[in-house]
Write a protein that binds this ligand. Structure first.
Ligand code: S3P
Length: 172
C-alpha cells in the first residue's frame, strides 16, 4: 500500500460519529503513517475550539479555514487524514482530495451515529432541539456526495479495530 500511495494520503470522510478519528488512528498505526485530524488542526490554527469558532465567526468562516487547512495538509507527504463531516461537501476540497489522496467513506446507520455523538457535545450543528432530525437531514444531503469517495466502508457498531481492518484490506 505504502509504495502505491506515492505521497498521497488516506482521507477519511463521513458524518459526525462515523468514527473517522478513531478508525483513522488505527489505520495509521497499522500502516505506520502519521495521523492528522483536520478539525484539531483548524482549532490549533484558530487558537479556539470548533464551537467557539462557530459562535464567534459563523459557519462560513469555519468552512473557509477547513478548506485551507485540508489543502495545506495534502502536501505530498503520505498520512492518514480525518476530515470533519462537512469537509467533503466542498467541491474544492473534493478536488484537492482526489488529487492528493485516496478517500474512504465511513458509512454508518443513524442509530450508530447518534449513539456515538451523544457522548460528546462539541458539535455545533447538533446543538439544537432535534439532533436526530438534523442527522437525518445531513444523511439525505450528504450521502450522495460521500458516495463519490474511492472506497466505501460500513462503520458498524463493532470495535474500531475491526472497521480499520476492513479499510486496510480495501486499500490493498
Ligand atoms: C461538522 C463535523 C465536525 C466539525 C464541525 C462540523 C459537519 O467534525 O467539523 O462540527 O459539518 O458535519 P466531525 O465529523 O469530526 O464531528
Amino acid at each position: 500500500i505504502l509504495d502505491g500511495l506515492g505521497g498521497r494520503s488516506i482521507v477519511l470522510v463521513g458524518l459526525m460519529g462515523a468514527g473517522k478519528t478513531s478508525v483513522g488512528k488505527r489505520i495509521a498505526t497499522r500502516l505506520q503513517l502519521p495521523f492528522v485530524d483536520a478539525d484539531a488542526e483548524i482549532e490549533k490554527a484558530a487558537q479556539a475550539t470548533i464551537p467557539e469558532i462557530f459562535a464567534k465567526h459563523g459557519e462560513a468562516y469555519f468552512r473557509d479555514g477547513e478548506r485551507r487547512v485540508i489543502r495545506r495538509l495534502l502536501d505530498g507527504r503520505s498520512k492518514v487524514l480525518a476530515t470533519g463531516g462537512g469537509a467533503f461537501m466542498s467541491p474544492e476540497t473534493q478536488a484537492a482530495i482526489a488529487a492528493g489522496g485516496v478517500s474512504i467513506w465511513l458509512r454508518a446507520d443513524l442509530d450508530v451515529l447518534m449513539a456515538r455523538v451523544r457522548k460528546r457535545s462539541n458539535r455545533p450543528l447538533l446543538m439544537n432541539e432535534d439532533p436526530e432530525g438534523t442527522m437525518r437531514r445531513l444523511m439525505d444531503e450528504r450521502y450522495p456526495v460521500y458516495a463519490k469517495a474511492d472506497i466505501h466502508i460500513i462503520s458498524r457498531d463493532v470495535a474500531h479495530e475491526v472497521v480499520a481492518d476492513e479499510a486496510v484490506k480495501a486499500l490493498a
